[in-house]
Write a protein that binds this ligand. Structure first.
Ligand SMILES: C[S@@+](CC[C@H](N)C(=O)[O-])C[C@H]1O[C@@H](n2cnc3c(N)ncnc32)[C@H](O)[C@@H]1O
Length: 321
């Protein structure tokens, strides 16, 4: 489904929603990158630290030669720790950064060219995971799928679908190297994610999906007629995870015409426009929850590195008997 279809589907649903992936146009990716500077936003710092401190050890666990597929690569800043270690080990790395945000991917590739020149062969793919992951499965050499800060963004049912697709795309000694947020302290999470100060890139990132909707669908949804709200939901069930929910609450009865698709979207006073689909976003896991999610798609954890807020997991596909 392309961005336009996804937006129309969400805005015509009950309750109305804007899928998380719609916020990641070039501007959204810039806001996402800027979030790392927010003092209370532990997640980026923890993810950066887990890669900086453990990329060397992780690189040593990988069988070579390999092709590195970076799922939702963003700026590639954290991925570069692993690339650097592989290059330092004289590994011939072919790197495929993948992202739904085509413009930002192009920008990331230009940055990589400036940093690595001819030392790194870069072969990007712009597109949605659901379409791209099956293509990865067709690659016949050894694959390492890198998925940093990715799983947690999707609703729980989609997480399972994506992990399933990832597992199906792997064989032999292919591996998945992924990070996830393991923070369980509610106060820390609320301070990091649910402080909606307008001047912070976080509020701008959450609401960027509305700007994308206006641009793509020819609408003029007025953000000043909504208030941004959210909550953290704890769920310790081993087959689930804790998560956040963020929404815009309509301050009045209002209606907008979406010119590009010839549809009206109407909000009643107090109605919520969810800024995610399914159960929520920004999932937080216990280690057993992550192991269970991976085991449910036949992925076995070989090694894990943990810094209290983030975990880096190396998994491989279970051998079929
Ligand atoms: C939270 S950011 C993580 C970026 C980077 N991996 C990092 O750790 O800094 C999520 C990334 O996934 C991309 N993304 C989100 N949904 C996607 C989808 N359905 N298919 C492909 N990429 C997606 C976004 O554009 C964004 O760059």
């Amino acid at each position: 489904m392309d961005v336009k279809e996804l937006l129309v589907k969400g805005l015509c649903s009950t309750p109305k929603y804007i899928d998380m992936s719609c916020r990641y146009d070039k501007q959204g990716s810039i806001y996402d990158d800027q979030c790392q500077d927010i003092e209370d936003f532990y997640h980026y710092k923890a993810e950066e630290a887990i890669m900086r401190c453990n990329a060397k050890d992780a690189a040593l666990q990988l069988k070579t030669p390999l092709r590195l597929f970076d799922l939702g690569c963003g700026s590639t800043t954290k991925s570069q720790y692993l690339i650097n270690e592989l290059l330092a080990n004289k590994v011939n790395v072919e790197y495929t950064p993948i992202d739904v945000s085509k413009d930002f991917l192009q920008h990331a590739c230009e940055t990589l060219k400036n940093i690595y020149g001819n030392r790194l062969k870069v072969d990007p793919i712009a597109g949605d995971f659901m379409n791209v992951i099956p293509q990865i499965g067709k690659y016949r050499g050894r694959k390492v799928l890198l998925w940093l800060s990715g799983l947690q963004c999707f609703p729980l049912d989609t997480q399972h679908q994506l992990l399933s697709k990832i597992s199906e795309s792997m064989e032999g000694d292919d591996s998945l190297l992924m990070t996830a947020d393991i923070t369980q302290d509610k106060a820390v999470i609320e301070k990091a994610y649910l402080d909606f100060d307008d001047s912070k890139p976080f509020a701008k990132l959450y609401t960027n999906g509305v700007h994308v909707a206006n641009r793509e669908l020819g609408g003029n949804i007025d953000l000043s007629q909504f208030i941004l709200e959210g909550r953290h939901v704890e769920d310790k069930d081993v087959s689930r995870a804790s998560y956040n929910q963020v929404w815009l609450r309509s301050l009045c009865n209002q209606s907008y015409y979406l010119e590009e698709v010839g549809k009206n979207v109407t909000f009643e006073e107090g109605e919520k426009l969810h800024l995610y689909s399914g159960n929520g976003i920004s999932h937080k896991y216990t280690i057993p929850q992550l192991e269970n999610a991976l085991a449910s798609v036949k992925l076995r954890v070989l090694k894990k590195w943990d810094n209290g807020n983030s975990v880096l997991l190396l998994s491989t596909r279970e051998n079929e008997l």
